[in-house]
Structure formats: C-alpha cells, structure tokens
Design a protein around this ligand. Structure first.
Ligand code: NAI
Length: 335
C-alpha cells in the first residue's frame, strides 16, 4: 500500500520502515511538504494529534482509505467528512493509561509541593529559605475525577495510594468500578463543589467542550486545584483565567490548552486577524496562563515516555498491517 507517515522524530523512520517493509512509505514532517503526486497516491495516512485532518487536508488525497492516528483522542479528525468520503479511521485506544495517570500526579505534586518554584529559587538565587515554599498534603484531601475511563480509573488507583478521598463523575458510570476501586460517583456540580483537586479525563466531544466554563466554575470549591491532561477544549480558557484571578481556582496544571498547536504561530494569524479573532484571543489567554505564577503549563507530554511511544507505534503498525492484509479495521473509531 502507499503509506504517508507524518513523523516527528528521525528514529521513527527506521522503526516503521522495518516493520512495514513491502509497502511504499513516504515520510514527511507535515502534509504541506508532500508533493501532489504522493498525496494523490496515498492510501493510508498516519498522523499524530497536532496534524489536523479536516476536509481540506483529506480532499488532497483522493485515494485515501485509512487514517491511522497515533493517539487515543481523535478530535483532530473531521469524522463526519471521513464518513462521507468512506475513509476509515483507526486509533490507539490504550497504550498505557498509567503513563498519563503518572503525569497527572506529576502535575498535582508539582503544585501541591511547589517543586518548580523550589528548583527555580535554588538555581536562580542559591537561597535555601523555605518560607515561601510551604505546600499541602494530598492525604485526606478530596480528588474529583471527571471521566472514569482507562486513564481516569488509573488516576483513582494512584489517588487511593496517596490516601485521598475520591469522587468521580461520568455520565456512563462503569458498573461495579466504584466498589472495586473504593470511590463514589457524584454529579458534576457536586464533584466541583467538594473537590480540593479536580482532574479531567474525558474525551473532547460536544458533551465535554468547555465543560469548565463561567457557569460551572461557580460550583468549584474555593481554592481548588485544576488539572487538565485530557484536551484543551474541555476548559474555556478565558473562564479559567478569571477563576485564577478571583482565587476560586488556586492553581492549575495544564498539559493541554485550547489552540496549543498555534502557540508560536502568532505572526501567521496576525496576517489576517479578522479571520482568526477567537484563536488570537485564546493565544493571548494562553500566554497569560503560561506566565502565571500559580500555573504549570507543559507542551502536551503526558503520553511521552519511551515505553508508551513504542506501544503507540506498535499498535499503529498493527492497525495498518491488518488493513493492508485483510481489509480489517482494527481499533476502528466508531462514527
Ligand atoms: P476513555 O475513552 O477510556 O475514557 C473517557 C471517559 O470519559 C469514559 O469513561 C466516558 O464515559 C467519559 N465521558 C464521556 N462523556 C463524558 C462527559 N460529558 N463528562 C465526563 N466524562 C465523560 O479515554 P482515556 O483513554 O481514559 O483517555 C481520556 C482522554 O485523555 C482522551 O480522550 C484524550 O483526549 C486524553 N489523552 C491525553 C493525552 C496527553 O498526552 N495529554 C494522552 C492520552 C489521552
């Protein structure tokens, strides 16, 4: 098959070429760098979360049959358009829920124990004073987990290990999971009002878009910490900025941001500001959050461990092989 693989790191090319030998593979960093002839011949496209795949991108590939995204989320793909075009989409449903759950706790602990501030203080001033670096215990605090899927469940297990009280919200509660892991399901507003730490683990779709907004923030327990390792779109960025200002949210750990793909692309957007008002506004607020002393922003790295990257590639290669050999769409995104 003709495979177009949008890669990130050089080593991926050798790894993928070996495992998919027998196929014609073109490697590129982005779709814009691929010539018309290759696009025309592409039957399988492999992408990552920052490769937006909408109508204009997909239309460049008239022979496209399968999009294999190397991610758990698939909100970067226009599924209505792939359906209309008859293009199948597969994803990587599970490559290590521990990986993202561990990172969630890395953010929580960084905030609860002020680790970045402590490191900065020691390296930039040499001072070993401790007064400004007092944190808070996790044991005995309540954590509210939004979304009890693969990652959320793992977060619950880790939280129990820290001695935290756990409540969770999921519109599709898993039967028996609460008893098995020792937590209580609650309504969304109740979770917001009781939690000292709120952590988001739902997918981005119409039901979760901006679920943290001006209205829902009114329910948040004063001084709670917000963690988002799911997708930027779950949080209305401007509402979070206001909540931080007012102290409703005392601190935030954000691995994902709305418009994170456009950070650093300000000049491009400013060439036609009228067309990009919302994006420009979000980037402005993102910069506010990046520079906020009580916010930790990381560049979408919760998935990024040696072990998880290999598992992501292996599952994607397996997805592509099954399709090439038997037309079977493994790990199909249900539309
Ligand atoms: P999952 O599909 O196993 O779990 C999602 C859960 O959200 C399900 O239990 C579902 O019932 C629940 N849900 C659905 N609608 C909801 C709503 N309105 N409110 C609250 N919960 C709702 O997905 P998984 O594997 O746990 O991943 C969760 C998300 O984490 C992914 O969709 C992806 O966006 C994000 N992610 C982020 C990564 C990163 O590097 N930052 C890496 C991997 C995933």
């Amino acid at each position: 098959m003709n495979i177009l693989f949008l890669y990130k790191e050089e080593w991926e090319k050798d790894y993928v070429s070996q495992k998919l030998s027998g196929h014609t593979i073109t490697f590129s960093k982005s779709l814009d760098e691929v010539n018309k002839e290759t696009l025309g011949a592409t039957e399988v496209l492999s992408i990552f979360v920052y490769h937006k795949c909408g109508e204009s991108e997909i239309s460049k590939m008239p022979n496209l049959k399968l999009i294999a995204t190397r991610s758990t989320g698939f909100d970067h793909i226009d599924l209505e358009f792939t359906k209309a075009r008859g293009v199948e989409v597969c994803f990587v449903p599970s490559y290590g829920e521990n990986t993202v759950a561990e990172f969630t706790f890395a953010l929580i602990l960084s905030l609860s124990r002020k680790i970045p501030e402590a490191h900065n203080q020691v390296t930039s001033t040499g001072s070993f004073t401790q007064g400004n670096l007092r944190g808070f215990d996790l044991a005995g605090k309540t954590i509210g987990v939004v979304g009890t899927g693969r990652i959320g469940s793992h977060v619950i297990k880790i939280a129990k290990g820290f001695g935290m009280e756990v409540i969770a919200y999921d519109p599709y509660p898993k039967q028996g999971l609460d008893l098995e892991l020792g937590f209580r399901y609650a309504q969304f507003e109740e979770l917001l009002s009781l939690s000292d730490v709120i952590t988001l683990h739902a997918m981005l779709d119409d039901s979760t878009y901006h679920m943290i907004n001006d209205l829902s923030i009114q329910h948040i327990k004063h001084g709670a910490v917000l963690i988002n390792t799911a997708r930027g779109g779950l949080v209305q960025t401007s509402s979070l900025a206001k909540a931080l200002e007012g102290g409703v949210v005392s601190a935030a750990g954000l691995d994902v941001l709305e418009e994170e793909n456009l950070m650093g692309e300000e000049l491009k957007l400013l060439s036609d500001p009228g067309k990009h008002t919302e994006e420009i506004n979000n980037i402005l607020v993102n910069n506010y959050l990046v520079n906020h002393p009580r916010v930790i922003v990381t560049p979408h790295i919760a998935f990024n461990t040696e072990e998880a990257i290999r598992r992501i590639l292996d599952t994607t290669i397996d997805n592509i092989c099954s399709f090439a050999l038997s037309n079977e769409v493994k790990n199909k995104v249900a539309i």
